[in-house]
Design a protein around this ligand. Structure first.
Ligand code: ZN
Length: 118
């Protein structure tokens, strides 16, 4: 998606107000940007179920970010339900943001197990 298109969509998004993240064009834009994959587990969402709009920082704690484009992602219902409104101030307990964190430096994969590097 072009930056200009994203800005226009974000402006329309803010004008609509509360719960506007559920509008079809917002969901489709997030889905397109994510190439139909969950931002957390990378499952193809069409293969799993319907996709959900994820608030990276939960809207229940960060209401001012509920309509912020940079706080939204696209994820599968399982990840959306498991994360829920979880949030921690402790850097070691927080959910990694796949858009801004360097996942490879935070986690290591040993066989079927994912472990923290620190
Ligand atoms: Zn997922």
């Amino acid at each position: 998606m072009l930056e200009r298109d994203r800005e226009q969509l974000a402006a329309a998004f803010r004008r609509r107000g509360k719960s506007s993240w559920r509008h079809t064009e917002i969901v489709r834009a997030l889905q397109r940007d994510a190439e139909n994959k969950c931002m957390y587990c990378e499952s193809f969402i069409d293969d799993v179920s319907y996709g959900a709009v994820e608030h990276i920082l939960p809207k229940s704690r960060f209401e001012h970010l509920a309509l912020e484009w940079s706080n939204l992602g696209y994820c599968c219902p399982r990840c959306n339900t498991n994360k829920g409104a979880y949030w921690s101030e402790d850097d070691e307990l927080r959910v990694l943001d796949p858009y801004t964190d360097e996942i490879e430096s935070a986690l290591m994969i040993v066989g079927p197990v994912v472990l923290p590097r620190s």
